[in-house]
Design a protein around this ligand. Structure first.
Ligand code: SAM
Length: 357
Protein backbone atom coordinates (compact mmCIF):
# COMPACT_ATOMS: atom_id res chain seq x y z
CA UNK A 1 0.00 0.00 0.00
CA UNK A 2 1.32 3.45 -0.91
CA UNK A 3 1.75 6.25 1.60
CA UNK A 4 -1.37 8.39 0.96
CA UNK A 5 -0.77 11.84 -0.46
CA UNK A 6 -1.58 14.40 2.19
CA UNK A 7 -4.58 16.37 1.00
CA UNK A 8 -4.72 19.42 3.17
CA UNK A 9 -8.32 20.48 3.39
CA UNK A 10 -9.10 23.41 5.67
CA UNK A 11 -12.62 24.21 6.82
CA UNK A 12 -13.14 26.56 3.92
CA UNK A 13 -12.13 23.91 1.38
CA UNK A 14 -14.42 21.31 3.03
CA UNK A 15 -17.28 23.82 2.98
CA UNK A 16 -16.62 24.50 -0.69
CA UNK A 17 -16.72 20.80 -1.62
CA UNK A 18 -20.02 20.48 0.23
CA UNK A 19 -21.61 23.22 -1.82
CA UNK A 20 -20.04 23.09 -5.32
CA UNK A 21 -22.65 22.64 -8.03
CA UNK A 22 -20.41 22.06 -11.04
CA UNK A 23 -20.73 18.43 -12.22
CA UNK A 24 -17.10 18.26 -13.33
CA UNK A 25 -15.89 19.44 -9.91
CA UNK A 26 -18.02 16.77 -8.24
CA UNK A 27 -16.57 14.14 -10.58
CA UNK A 28 -13.12 15.38 -9.46
CA UNK A 29 -14.14 14.89 -5.79
CA UNK A 30 -15.20 11.27 -6.42
CA UNK A 31 -11.93 10.64 -8.25
CA UNK A 32 -9.82 12.22 -5.50
CA UNK A 33 -11.60 10.13 -2.84
CA UNK A 34 -11.17 6.91 -4.82
CA UNK A 35 -7.46 7.54 -5.37
CA UNK A 36 -6.99 8.44 -1.69
CA UNK A 37 -8.82 5.24 -0.71
CA UNK A 38 -6.59 3.07 -2.93
CA UNK A 39 -3.51 4.69 -1.40
CA UNK A 40 -4.69 4.73 2.20
CA UNK A 41 -6.48 1.40 2.64
CA UNK A 42 -5.84 -0.41 -0.64
CA UNK A 43 -8.09 -2.04 -3.20
CA UNK A 44 -9.58 -4.77 -0.97
CA UNK A 45 -13.12 -4.51 0.37
CA UNK A 46 -13.53 -6.03 3.84
CA UNK A 47 -16.75 -7.72 4.87
CA UNK A 48 -18.26 -7.33 8.34
CA UNK A 49 -21.19 -9.49 9.45
CA UNK A 50 -23.81 -7.24 11.06
CA UNK A 51 -25.91 -8.75 13.85
CA UNK A 52 -28.65 -6.53 15.28
CA UNK A 53 -28.91 -8.26 18.61
CA UNK A 54 -31.68 -6.14 20.16
CA UNK A 55 -34.04 -3.37 19.04
CA UNK A 56 -34.88 -2.36 22.60
CA UNK A 57 -33.76 1.16 23.44
CA UNK A 58 -33.90 3.30 26.57
CA UNK A 59 -33.36 6.51 24.60
CA UNK A 60 -35.82 8.73 22.82
CA UNK A 61 -33.78 10.12 19.94
CA UNK A 62 -36.16 12.27 17.92
CA UNK A 63 -35.02 10.77 14.60
CA UNK A 64 -34.78 7.04 15.32
CA UNK A 65 -37.47 4.43 14.60
CA UNK A 66 -36.47 2.18 17.52
CA UNK A 67 -36.78 4.97 20.12
CA UNK A 68 -38.28 3.94 23.48
CA UNK A 69 -41.62 5.68 22.89
CA UNK A 70 -42.28 4.07 19.51
CA UNK A 71 -44.76 1.41 20.59
CA UNK A 72 -45.52 0.47 16.97
CA UNK A 73 -42.58 -1.93 16.93
CA UNK A 74 -42.37 -5.27 18.63
CA UNK A 75 -39.28 -5.56 20.82
CA UNK A 76 -36.77 -8.42 20.65
CA UNK A 77 -33.48 -9.54 22.14
CA UNK A 78 -31.67 -12.37 20.34
CA UNK A 79 -30.78 -15.44 22.37
CA UNK A 80 -27.08 -16.33 22.76
CA UNK A 81 -27.68 -19.40 20.55
CA UNK A 82 -29.09 -17.20 17.77
CA UNK A 83 -26.04 -14.95 18.04
CA UNK A 84 -23.65 -17.95 17.86
CA UNK A 85 -25.49 -19.16 14.78
CA UNK A 86 -24.87 -15.79 13.07
CA UNK A 87 -21.21 -15.89 14.14
CA UNK A 88 -20.75 -19.27 12.45
CA UNK A 89 -22.44 -18.00 9.28
CA UNK A 90 -19.89 -15.15 9.21
CA UNK A 91 -17.03 -17.54 9.85
CA UNK A 92 -18.13 -19.98 7.14
CA UNK A 93 -18.52 -17.11 4.64
CA UNK A 94 -14.90 -16.13 5.32
CA UNK A 95 -15.57 -12.83 7.12
CA UNK A 96 -12.96 -11.48 9.55
CA UNK A 97 -15.27 -9.41 11.75
CA UNK A 98 -18.65 -9.49 13.44
CA UNK A 99 -20.48 -6.30 14.42
CA UNK A 100 -22.94 -6.51 17.33
CA UNK A 101 -25.34 -3.59 17.21
CA UNK A 102 -28.38 -2.77 19.34
CA UNK A 103 -30.52 0.06 20.57
CA UNK A 104 -29.13 1.56 23.74
CA UNK A 105 -30.61 -1.33 25.69
CA UNK A 106 -29.67 -0.83 29.34
CA UNK A 107 -31.33 -4.18 30.03
CA UNK A 108 -28.52 -5.88 28.09
CA UNK A 109 -26.72 -7.12 31.17
CA UNK A 110 -22.99 -6.43 30.90
CA UNK A 111 -21.89 -9.94 31.96
CA UNK A 112 -24.44 -11.58 29.65
CA UNK A 113 -22.88 -9.63 26.76
CA UNK A 114 -19.32 -10.39 27.96
CA UNK A 115 -20.08 -14.14 27.95
CA UNK A 116 -21.28 -13.96 24.35
CA UNK A 117 -18.21 -11.95 23.28
CA UNK A 118 -15.87 -14.42 25.02
CA UNK A 119 -17.49 -17.50 23.48
CA UNK A 120 -17.68 -16.09 19.95
CA UNK A 121 -14.06 -14.97 20.18
CA UNK A 122 -12.80 -18.34 21.43
CA UNK A 123 -14.91 -20.46 19.06
CA UNK A 124 -14.60 -18.46 15.84
CA UNK A 125 -11.54 -16.21 16.28
CA UNK A 126 -13.43 -13.37 14.57
CA UNK A 127 -12.68 -9.75 15.45
CA UNK A 128 -15.62 -8.21 17.33
CA UNK A 129 -16.97 -4.70 16.89
CA UNK A 130 -19.57 -3.38 19.34
CA UNK A 131 -22.13 -0.66 18.68
CA UNK A 132 -24.26 -0.71 21.81
CA UNK A 133 -24.47 3.01 22.62
CA UNK A 134 -23.55 4.83 25.82
CA UNK A 135 -22.71 2.59 28.76
CA UNK A 136 -20.82 2.84 32.03
CA UNK A 137 -17.03 2.75 31.88
CA UNK A 138 -16.95 -0.59 33.69
CA UNK A 139 -19.05 -2.20 30.93
CA UNK A 140 -16.70 -0.96 28.20
CA UNK A 141 -13.77 -2.33 30.20
CA UNK A 142 -15.48 -5.68 30.85
CA UNK A 143 -16.30 -6.16 27.15
CA UNK A 144 -12.77 -5.23 26.09
CA UNK A 145 -11.35 -7.76 28.57
CA UNK A 146 -13.81 -10.35 27.20
CA UNK A 147 -12.28 -9.87 23.74
CA UNK A 148 -14.15 -7.06 21.97
CA UNK A 149 -11.77 -5.27 19.58
CA UNK A 150 -13.60 -2.22 18.32
CA UNK A 151 -16.35 0.19 19.36
CA UNK A 152 -18.56 2.35 17.14
CA UNK A 153 -20.35 5.35 18.60
CA UNK A 154 -21.45 8.11 16.24
CA UNK A 155 -21.41 11.62 17.70
CA UNK A 156 -24.22 12.30 15.15
CA UNK A 157 -23.57 16.10 15.08
CA UNK A 158 -20.97 18.21 16.85
CA UNK A 159 -23.52 21.02 17.29
CA UNK A 160 -24.21 20.55 21.01
CA UNK A 161 -27.49 22.45 21.03
CA UNK A 162 -28.83 20.38 18.12
CA UNK A 163 -27.48 17.12 19.55
CA UNK A 164 -29.15 17.72 22.93
CA UNK A 165 -32.42 18.58 21.18
CA UNK A 166 -32.57 15.49 18.97
CA UNK A 167 -30.89 13.10 21.41
CA UNK A 168 -32.46 13.93 24.77
CA UNK A 169 -30.28 12.92 27.74
CA UNK A 170 -31.42 10.20 30.13
CA UNK A 171 -32.63 11.73 33.43
CA UNK A 172 -29.63 12.80 35.53
CA UNK A 173 -27.14 11.84 32.85
CA UNK A 174 -25.54 14.19 30.30
CA UNK A 175 -24.35 12.65 27.02
CA UNK A 176 -20.79 13.45 26.07
CA UNK A 177 -19.98 11.16 23.18
CA UNK A 178 -16.68 12.88 22.39
CA UNK A 179 -15.47 12.14 25.93
CA UNK A 180 -16.64 8.52 25.56
CA UNK A 181 -14.66 8.15 22.32
CA UNK A 182 -11.53 9.31 24.18
CA UNK A 183 -12.20 6.82 26.97
CA UNK A 184 -12.75 3.96 24.50
CA UNK A 185 -9.37 4.68 22.96
CA UNK A 186 -7.69 4.72 26.39
CA UNK A 187 -9.26 1.34 27.16
CA UNK A 188 -7.67 -0.02 23.99
CA UNK A 189 -10.53 -0.23 21.49
CA UNK A 190 -10.14 0.56 17.82
CA UNK A 191 -12.48 3.56 17.73
CA UNK A 192 -15.15 4.51 15.20
CA UNK A 193 -17.60 7.36 15.02
CA UNK A 194 -19.63 9.33 12.51
CA UNK A 195 -22.56 11.58 11.83
CA UNK A 196 -26.00 11.86 10.30
CA UNK A 197 -26.07 13.91 7.10
CA UNK A 198 -28.89 16.39 6.53
CA UNK A 199 -30.51 16.19 9.93
CA UNK A 200 -32.96 19.14 10.21
CA UNK A 201 -31.04 21.99 11.87
CA UNK A 202 -27.63 20.94 10.48
CA UNK A 203 -25.87 23.83 8.74
CA UNK A 204 -23.07 23.57 6.19
CA UNK A 205 -20.70 25.26 8.68
CA UNK A 206 -21.49 22.69 11.33
CA UNK A 207 -21.17 19.79 8.87
CA UNK A 208 -17.77 21.06 7.64
CA UNK A 209 -16.60 21.30 11.28
CA UNK A 210 -17.76 17.71 11.90
CA UNK A 211 -15.78 16.41 8.91
CA UNK A 212 -12.73 18.29 10.18
CA UNK A 213 -13.37 16.70 13.61
CA UNK A 214 -12.96 13.20 12.08
CA UNK A 215 -9.33 14.19 11.49
CA UNK A 216 -8.71 15.66 14.97
CA UNK A 217 -10.34 12.61 16.59
CA UNK A 218 -7.97 10.49 14.47
CA UNK A 219 -10.78 7.97 13.88
CA UNK A 220 -9.98 4.38 12.95
CA UNK A 221 -13.48 3.84 11.51
CA UNK A 222 -16.01 6.35 10.17
CA UNK A 223 -19.71 5.74 9.50
CA UNK A 224 -21.76 8.40 7.75
CA UNK A 225 -25.18 8.27 6.14
CA UNK A 226 -28.06 10.53 5.18
CA UNK A 227 -30.83 11.08 7.73
CA UNK A 228 -33.96 9.21 6.54
CA UNK A 229 -37.20 10.40 8.20
CA UNK A 230 -39.21 7.73 10.02
CA UNK A 231 -42.94 8.58 10.10
CA UNK A 232 -43.33 7.32 13.68
CA UNK A 233 -40.77 9.78 15.08
CA UNK A 234 -41.18 13.35 16.36
CA UNK A 235 -38.51 14.72 14.01
CA UNK A 236 -40.40 13.49 10.94
CA UNK A 237 -43.55 15.16 12.25
CA UNK A 238 -42.07 18.48 13.37
CA UNK A 239 -39.02 19.00 11.14
CA UNK A 240 -40.28 22.56 10.37
CA UNK A 241 -39.26 23.58 13.88
CA UNK A 242 -35.65 22.62 13.12
CA UNK A 243 -35.09 23.31 9.41
CA UNK A 244 -32.74 26.24 8.70
CA UNK A 245 -33.30 28.91 6.02
CA UNK A 246 -32.66 27.91 2.39
CA UNK A 247 -28.97 27.82 1.60
CA UNK A 248 -27.99 27.05 5.21
CA UNK A 249 -29.75 23.70 5.78
CA UNK A 250 -27.80 20.62 4.62
CA UNK A 251 -30.11 18.46 2.45
CA UNK A 252 -30.52 14.80 3.46
CA UNK A 253 -29.96 13.61 -0.12
CA UNK A 254 -27.99 10.57 -1.15
CA UNK A 255 -25.68 12.86 -3.14
CA UNK A 256 -24.83 14.83 0.01
CA UNK A 257 -24.17 11.46 1.67
CA UNK A 258 -21.58 10.65 -1.03
CA UNK A 259 -19.96 14.07 -0.63
CA UNK A 260 -19.52 13.56 3.11
CA UNK A 261 -18.22 10.02 2.55
CA UNK A 262 -15.67 11.27 0.00
CA UNK A 263 -14.54 14.10 2.30
CA UNK A 264 -14.26 11.71 5.25
CA UNK A 265 -11.87 9.64 3.13
CA UNK A 266 -9.81 12.72 2.21
CA UNK A 267 -9.38 13.82 5.85
CA UNK A 268 -8.78 10.27 7.17
CA UNK A 269 -7.01 8.32 4.39
CA UNK A 270 -6.33 5.23 6.55
CA UNK A 271 -9.70 4.85 8.29
CA UNK A 272 -12.02 1.95 7.54
CA UNK A 273 -15.20 3.45 6.06
CA UNK A 274 -18.34 1.42 5.26
CA UNK A 275 -20.61 1.96 2.32
CA UNK A 276 -23.63 2.27 4.62
CA UNK A 277 -27.13 0.78 4.46
CA UNK A 278 -28.58 4.32 4.36
CA UNK A 279 -26.91 4.85 0.95
CA UNK A 280 -28.25 1.50 -0.31
CA UNK A 281 -31.71 2.38 1.02
CA UNK A 282 -31.82 5.67 -0.88
CA UNK A 283 -30.01 4.63 -4.06
CA UNK A 284 -30.76 0.89 -4.38
CA UNK A 285 -27.91 -1.53 -5.21
CA UNK A 286 -26.11 1.36 -6.90
CA UNK A 287 -25.80 3.05 -3.49
CA UNK A 288 -23.44 0.47 -2.11
CA UNK A 289 -21.36 0.39 -5.31
CA UNK A 290 -21.09 4.16 -5.64
CA UNK A 291 -20.11 4.33 -1.96
CA UNK A 292 -17.25 1.93 -2.69
CA UNK A 293 -16.15 4.07 -5.63
CA UNK A 294 -16.29 7.30 -3.63
CA UNK A 295 -14.15 6.47 -0.60
CA UNK A 296 -15.64 3.45 1.22
CA UNK A 297 -13.75 0.16 1.69
CA UNK A 298 -16.10 -1.83 3.95
CA UNK A 299 -19.40 -3.63 3.35
CA UNK A 300 -21.56 -4.96 6.16
CA UNK A 301 -23.94 -7.72 5.02
CA UNK A 302 -26.76 -8.12 7.49
CA UNK A 303 -26.76 -11.54 9.21
CA UNK A 304 -29.63 -10.80 11.62
CA UNK A 305 -32.23 -13.60 11.43
CA UNK A 306 -34.93 -12.67 8.98
CA UNK A 307 -37.70 -12.77 11.61
CA UNK A 308 -36.05 -9.82 13.41
CA UNK A 309 -35.03 -7.73 10.40
CA UNK A 310 -38.21 -5.70 10.06
CA UNK A 311 -38.26 -4.97 13.78
CA UNK A 312 -34.91 -3.17 13.60
CA UNK A 313 -36.48 -0.40 11.57
CA UNK A 314 -34.42 2.69 12.42
CA UNK A 315 -35.86 4.21 9.23
CA UNK A 316 -38.45 2.92 6.74
CA UNK A 317 -37.73 0.64 3.77
CA UNK A 318 -34.27 -0.16 5.13
CA UNK A 319 -32.30 -1.95 2.40
CA UNK A 320 -32.30 -5.77 2.59
CA UNK A 321 -34.85 -5.78 5.41
CA UNK A 322 -36.50 -8.96 4.12
CA UNK A 323 -33.39 -10.89 3.05
CA UNK A 324 -31.96 -14.05 4.56
CA UNK A 325 -28.30 -13.82 5.64
CA UNK A 326 -27.17 -16.02 2.72
CA UNK A 327 -28.77 -13.65 0.23
CA UNK A 328 -27.14 -10.59 1.84
CA UNK A 329 -23.74 -12.29 1.64
CA UNK A 330 -24.20 -13.36 -2.00
CA UNK A 331 -25.33 -9.86 -3.05
CA UNK A 332 -22.35 -8.20 -1.35
CA UNK A 333 -19.87 -10.57 -3.00
CA UNK A 334 -21.47 -10.04 -6.41
CA UNK A 335 -21.34 -6.24 -6.06
CA UNK A 336 -17.70 -6.22 -4.98
CA UNK A 337 -16.67 -8.48 -7.87
CA UNK A 338 -18.72 -6.45 -10.36
CA UNK A 339 -16.53 -3.47 -9.45
CA UNK A 340 -13.40 -5.54 -10.14
CA UNK A 341 -12.40 -5.24 -6.47
CA UNK A 342 -11.13 -8.11 -4.35
CA UNK A 343 -12.57 -9.28 -1.02
CA UNK A 344 -10.23 -8.68 1.92
CA UNK A 345 -9.01 -11.59 4.00
CA UNK A 346 -8.20 -11.60 7.72
CA UNK A 347 -9.56 -9.27 10.40
CA UNK A 348 -9.29 -6.09 8.34
CA UNK A 349 -8.00 -3.97 11.22
CA UNK A 350 -7.88 -0.27 10.48
CA UNK A 351 -4.60 0.75 8.79
CA UNK A 352 -4.92 3.91 10.88
CA UNK A 353 -4.65 1.87 14.08
CA UNK A 354 -1.72 -0.12 12.75
CA UNK A 355 0.17 3.03 11.84
CA UNK A 356 -0.44 4.99 15.03
CA UNK A 357 -0.54 2.63 17.94
N1 SAM B 1 -27.60 2.42 20.07
C1 SAM B 1 -26.37 2.54 19.39
C2 SAM B 1 -25.93 3.98 19.33
O1 SAM B 1 -26.66 4.85 19.78
O2 SAM B 1 -24.83 4.23 18.87
C3 SAM B 1 -26.36 1.93 18.00
C4 SAM B 1 -27.67 1.80 17.30
S1 SAM B 1 -28.21 3.30 16.51
C5 SAM B 1 -29.80 2.80 15.92
C6 SAM B 1 -27.18 3.27 15.05
C7 SAM B 1 -27.20 4.52 14.18
O3 SAM B 1 -28.41 4.58 13.44
C8 SAM B 1 -27.15 5.84 14.88
O4 SAM B 1 -25.84 6.19 15.25
C9 SAM B 1 -27.79 6.80 13.87
O5 SAM B 1 -26.82 7.60 13.24
C10 SAM B 1 -28.47 5.87 12.88
N2 SAM B 1 -29.88 6.25 12.67
C11 SAM B 1 -30.87 6.23 13.58
N3 SAM B 1 -32.01 6.73 13.05
C12 SAM B 1 -31.71 7.07 11.76
C13 SAM B 1 -32.47 7.67 10.70
N4 SAM B 1 -33.74 8.02 10.86
N5 SAM B 1 -31.84 7.89 9.53
C14 SAM B 1 -30.55 7.52 9.35
N6 SAM B 1 -29.79 6.98 10.32
C15 SAM B 1 -30.36 6.76 11.51
Amino acid sequence: MQEPNAISLDLQAIHRWLTVTDEQELADLWQLADTCSQQGVGDEVHLRGLVEISNRCSRNCLYCGIRADNHQIQCYLMSPEEVYDCAWKARKAGFGTLVFQAGEDQSIEAHWMADIIRKVKIDTGLAITLSLGEREEKDYRLWREAGADRYLLRFETGNKQLFDAIHPPLPGHQSNRLAILKLLREIGYEVGSGILVGIPGQSFDSLAADIDRFRTLDLDMIGVGPYIPHPDTPLARCSDQFILPAGEQVPNTVEMGYRVLALARLVCPRANIPSTTALATLDGPLGRELGLQRGANIVMPNLTPQKYRRMYEIYPAKAASTEEAEQSIATALQQIRALGRSVGSGRGDSPNLKKNR
